[in-house]
Design a protein around this ligand. Structure first.
Ligand code: GDP
Ligand code: MG
Length: 328
């Protein structure tokens, strides 16, 4: 008896095979089970899929070896968005985290001080952007969860030491982690034979220790890393370049801040809703309350609209810093 698998099922199966993170694996496997035609000929397949799902769920629950629950490749996202710091040992990833956020990672002149991902929050205007420090990428020492971690992040910061002489080799290893995580730099042209299921993400290169640059790095390393990636010379030590970097870490997330106000009240300008660029009044209403989104009649908007207090419908596209009054 044939299974008569549908194209939808085959598509889910393909995505399952390409899944990087455990949550993606779970999601696509559940889809496969839902999409599998249920008849005599697929009974055994269904049983197999269910067994695999139970095993994956179990692992997600307790970790692959039945140890503790935490998946080190998954750092809970907080604030406006999450950046992962990736790079070779001693590039200054931890020092940059400390300089940009209030986190206190261990910074040391010897490699492999950082063993587990450590998140910190960078204040920017009225939002906070999350930055995650990670263990170094080095031959034979790369933590297996780093590709998944970079896939899960909203953006990746590649940190290199501008005074180091092996940037080419470290760049190769770092890009290998990105490709295993199926992360493709958004600023880099996609080749026609690009592998499927890529995550297009902002990837920014930080040339750290700019206080020690004798000028050779920019030329040699930028060639190895690629001139199609945005490059910022910075120094975690002196703070040089960090003021230029901070706004970019928000704008490259392509998010907008929207303030909701109640009719007859002043807007609370201290706590914006952070939404993806292109979000509409309806998206905001959904974020505020599902019920409001359903009952929404119209909204009034202050900011980029033609005049203050303009009435708009749920399809109106929001801009950064709009103030919105929802009328349900
Ligand atoms: N001169 C200079 N030294 C730095 C800078 N950033 C980090 N370092 C030093 O480089 C070493 C490695 O830094 P660390 O943050 O632990 O590197 P990681 O392994 O990438 O996390 C430490 O001794 C830091 O003090 C910088 O901008 N300039
Ligand atoms: Mg470190």
């Amino acid at each position: 008896m044939t299974a008569n698998l549908t194209p939808q099922y085959k598509d889910a199966e393909e995505r399952f095979k390409n899944a990087v993170t455990s949550s993606e694996k779970l999601e696509t496997l559940r889809e496969m089970i839902a999409l599998l035609p249920k008849h005599k000929g697929t009974e055994k397949m269904l049983a197999d899929l269910r067994k695999r799902l139970a095993k994956l769920e179990d692992e997600a629950e307790r970790g692959p070896k039945g140890g503790k629950r935490e998946d080190p490749g998954h750092v809970r996202r907080e604030g406006a968005g999450q950046w992962a710091l990736l790079g070779p040992p001693n590039a200054g990833k931890s020092a940059l985290l400390a300089a940009l956020t209030h986190a206190h990672p261990e910074v040391a002149p010897y490699p492999f001080t950082t063993r587990v991902p450590l998140p910190g929050m960078m204040p920017f205007e009225d939002v906070k952007v999350q930055i995650v420090d990670t263990p170094a990428i080095a031959p034979g020492h790369t933590e297996p969860y780093l590709p998944g971690l970079s896939h899960n992040a909203d953006g990746v910061l590649l940190v290199f030491d501008v005074s180091a002489d092996d940037v080419e080799k470290s760049a190769e290893l770092v890009f290998d982690v990105l490709s295993r995580g199926r992360v493709w730099p958004r600023s880099r042209q996609l080749p026609p034979d690009a592998p499927p299921f890529l995550a297009l993400r902002p990837v920014i290169v930080l040339g750290n220790k700019s206080d020690q640059d004798d000028g050779t790095f920019a030329e040699l390393a930028r060639e190895a890393i690629g001139r199609d990636l945005p490059f910022f010379p910075v120094s975690a030590e002196t703070g040089a370049g960090l003021d230029e970097l901070r706004p970019v870490l928000f704008t490259e997330l392509r998010r907008i801040r929207v303030y909701s106000k109640e009719p007859g009240h002043k807007a609370d300008l201290s706590a914006p809703f952070v939404l993806p660029e292109g979000a509409t009044i309806h998206d905001l209403a959904e974020r505020v309350h599902k019920e409001i989104a359903e009952r929404l009649r119209f909204a009034r908007i202050w900011g980029h609209a033609k005049f203050d207090g303009q009435q708009v419908d749920r399809h109106h596209v929001l801009s950064d810093r709009d103030v919105v009054e929802l009328h349900a």
